[in-house]
Design a protein around this ligand. Structure first.
Ligand code: BGC
Length: 790
């Protein structure tokens, strides 16, 4: 019960005395409950309703309840309505770990990046990460994690790819659903984002993604659709960008027609932070809440209700959805949070899943490290400056700790070359001074440069080869929101390539090996140098335990079982989306400042080009459905490592036991046998090749995947992979319907998109059609990239 200051004026003759008394504030007469939402709305003033549909600003300052978090919903104590507290994910609870005048710490676990989680090809792994995250949010008193990010990896240079899952919408949807179910199993809410077609960061607040409805439905909405139907996230966050000319937060066709009418979504929809132009249009579109809330939005909505351009009924509808969201929160339930969380236990979750997401790309009998390998030489600046996670709001950059590779290897029983450690430490110190004379910022909206590599002298190299049993070389890349990567970050720098070559030649000449580790946010070029490596592992960003995760795999404590959730192309330019991406756009300012007319660097007015600039003001998705393996496979284009690829220290055989179609269910039973020497797990992929029909089709598409338990040598397991018949349909833009052709479908059990192990043919006797709403169409014809013309 709150105490309220009460002023009582007592008039006694000529004496007026003011007495200040502390009296208990009355309990609210009406208190929000699940049963009285409409009554509470009736009791709200117009001002209160408008507040309810916009946030209360970001909680960045020290006097906020949860400093460093993204915001909250409006509270109305007189009606028993508390705030629901929101913080960013996806890989950590983004909150300041320290508070002013408070000796307690509020550290959160840095879990594996979304891409790492997807690379496990194991929804159970995503569930476990979600469960731990949901717990941390609850333990620290918050209510909703603004995650997962489920945008498709359309292009390898998108700055936020590490927050996303895959180039394939099925992997996106299944992993996201499990992650959401994990978080929500703790009573903590989620916010699936950024709805939709938010696939670049350059000019993200104004860019118009232009595409036809087939790729829209089959690729860009599909991941959302699967995740939403299989997990019912508490909220959906619309994106910054426009799709076919309309801001997503102002597009009724997206939020009301597709999301709610077609998919039956019941939760709340909120804008991305400061997105959109017209708050009234957002209200009408069923974008229920504007975050983090601005005065101009308050005024616009208030005035629109007053002058009748926004009906109060629409406002009430949106308020109701916000209240239903608040009702689910820990805060509403009065949860007494402990303000500490199981950091030790969650570090183990990170270590386990971080290692399971590591992909063994190549292995010429270099791994697991042989018994005789004791002394290791670590090369590459990243070996001494690991990348646990990506940048952006989702990562405040102030982790609890990061396990270095040196520490990981030492704990695993190896001796790490001390002279090299000293040399790299000095080099990194000098590089930090050169790159950040004012100190390295903990958070940045622009990509932070990484230290340059240096080459050992010939004498040093001879000594290093002599002193060590093996060379391990790490390459690192990081990126973050509001800025895309440039081609130079996909390519290796000349000195990186020179280092790989030099180390490889020197060690091989002595009969020793080189292992290359990729500690990256998103793909890098691998084709030109992989021949120099005896093993290549792609560790993505495994979280705070990064050094342990990698050591676990190198030592063989963990047998790698990750698979690539995206294709590693030979060159930038090989994928058709490369032609329509701001890959060489000169980075002048953070994206949030673009379109504001301000030149961020000089603070002078920026000259805006009169003609809208391609890939900046708008981006044509000229490749249509040919993203990732759908393109490489169909058009026979060589890749460096295919989608779904990932080796193991053991080998597996595949056998299709049975295949059937019953009702609308397809079922494929695959027996996987461990035919090698080590215990291991295998992720099996089921692809379908459709018969030739009226629509152009990709060579094959992933329809299901599953992962075995740890199989001992000789042991086998039968996985049952299922999907719906209509999942094999394609979207016909002309008829606005999903169409399934009759004919013979090839069902393939595969170890990767390029490694099909067993195939069966299934017949569909009758074609079928499912009509959708004919919405979100492009305003003008989208040109077709010549690379995808047949
Ligand atoms: C990001 C969102 C994030 C929000 C709140 C925006 O800049 O795009 O993903 O949830 O900020 O921090």
């Amino acid at each position: 019960m709150k105490l309220k200051r009460l002023s009582i004026s007592i008039f006694s003759g000529f004496l007026a005395l003011t007495v200040q008394a502390q009296l208990p504030s009355p309990e609210p007469q009406l208190r929000l409950t699940p049963q009285n939402v409409d009554e509470v709305i009736r009791a709200m003033t117009l001002e209160e309703k408008v507040h309810m549909v916009i946030g209360c600003g970001m909680a960045m300052s020290d006097d906020a309840k949860f400093p460093g978090t993204a915001g909250r919903t409006y509270d109305i104590p007189r009606l028993g309505i508390p705030s629901a507290y929101l913080a960013d994910g996806p890989h950590r609870l983004a909150m300041a770990p320290k508070r002013e005048f408070d000796s307690h710490t509020y550290y959160a676990t840095e879990f594996p990046s979304s891409t790492t989680v997807a690379a496990t090809f194991d929804p159970e792994a995503a569930f476990q990460v979600g469960q731990a995250l949901g717990r941390e949010v609850k333990d620290y008193g918050l209510d909703v994690l603004l995650a997962p990010g489920v945008n498709l990896m359309r292009n390898v240079l998108c700055g936020r790819n590490h927050e996303y899952y895959s180039e394939d919408p099925l992997v996106v949807g299944k992993i996201a659903a499990a992650y959401i179910n994990g978080i929500q199993s703790q009573g903590t809410g989620t916010c699936i984002k950024h709805f939709a077609v938010n696939n670049q960061e350059t000019n993200r607040n104004n860019n118009d993604s232009r595409l036809t409805t087939r790729p829209l439905r089959e690729l860009y909405l599909k991941g959302f659709e699967i995740a939403i139907k299989e997990s019912q996230p508490w909220s959906v966050m619309t994106a910054y960008n426009k799709v076919n000319g309309k801001y997503t937060c102002e597009d009724k066709e997206l939020t009301e027609d597709i999301l709610r009418s077609e998919w039956g979504y019941k939760g709340v929809v909120m804008s991305d932070w400061n997105a959109g132009m017209d708050a009234v249009a957002s209200m009408l579109a069923g974008n229920d809440m504007m975050q983090p809330g601005q005065d101009r939005q308050y005024k616009a909505i208030y005035e629109a209700v007053k002058n009748g351009t926004l009906s109060e009924a629409i406002l009430n509808r949106n308020v109701k959805r916000v209240l239903e969201f608040v009702l689910k929160s820990h805060t509403y339930a009065g949860y007494q949070y402990p303000n500490e969380t199981d950091l030790k236990g969650h570090a183990q979750v990170d270590r386990k899943i971080g290692a399971e997401g590591i992909v063994l790309l190549d292995n010429k009998e270099a791994l697991p490290l042989a018994q005789g390998v004791k002394k290791v030489a670590l090369y590459g600046t990243t070996s001494y400056d690991m990348v646990p996670a990506g940048m952006g709001f989702g990562s405040t950059g102030i982790g609890y700790y990061t396990v270095s590779l040196v520490e990981g290897m030492r704990k695993a029983g190896y001796t790490v070359d001390g002279k090299l450690i000293k040399q790299y430490k000095k080099h990194l110190f000098d590089e930090q001074k050169r790159l950040f004379p004012q100190g390295r910022p903990p958070f940045s909206f622009t990509p932070l440069p990484r230290a340059e590599e240096f080459l050992p002298t010939a004498e040093e190299m001879i000594a290093q080869v002599q002193d060590n049993d093996i060379a391990i070389l790490t390459l690192g890349r990081t990126s973050g929101e509001a800025c895309d990567r440039r081609i130079g970050e996909f390519m290796l720098k000349e000195n990186e390539k020179a280092l790989i070559k030099q180390v490889s030649e020197a060690y091989r000449a002595a009969g020793k090996k080189l292992v290359v580790i990729l500690n990256i946010c998103s793909p890098v070029e691998t084709a030109s140098w992989k021949g120099y490596a005896d093993a290549v592992i792609c560790a993505f960003q495994p979280g705070q335990e990064v050094g342990n995760c990698i050591a676990d795999v190198l030592s063989g404590k963990v047998n790698p079982s990750g698979k690539l959730p995206m294709t590693l192309a030979v060159n930038y330019g090989d994928a058709p989306s490369d032609a329509n991406f701001p890959s060489d756009y000169e980075f002048k300012m953070p994206s949030f400042a673009m379109g504001t007319g301000m030149n961020f660097k000089s603070d002078k007015k920026e000259e805006k080009p009169k003609v809208p600039e391609a890939n900046v003001d708008y981006t044509n998705y000229e490749e249509g459905i040919y993203v990732g393996y759908r393109y490489f496979d169909t058009f026979g284009k060589e890749v460096s490592y295919p989608f779904g690829h990932g080796l193991s220290y053991t080998s597996f055989s595949y056998d299709i036991e049975s295949a059937s179609i019953e009702g609308d269910q397809c079922q494929l039973k695959v027996t996987v046998k461990n035919t090698g020497k080590y215990a291991g797990r295998e992720a099996v992929q089921a692809y379908v090749k459709a018969p030739k029909g009226a629509l152009d089709k990709p060579a094959k598409e992933l329809k299901a995947f599953g992962k075995t338990r740890l199989l001992e040598p000789g042991e086998s397991q039968t996985l049952t992979l299922t999907w719906h018949v209509m999942d094999m349909a394609s979207y016909n833009e002309k008829s606005a319907s999903w169409e399934l052709d009759k004919g013979e479908y090839q069902w393939m059990a595969a170890a990767s998109s390029a490694d099909v192990r067993d195939t069966v043919v299934q017949k569909i006797a009758k074609s079928s059609k499912v009509k959708t709403l004919d919405v979100m169409k492009p305003q003008a014809a989208i040109p077709v990239n010549p690379m995808v013309k047949r």
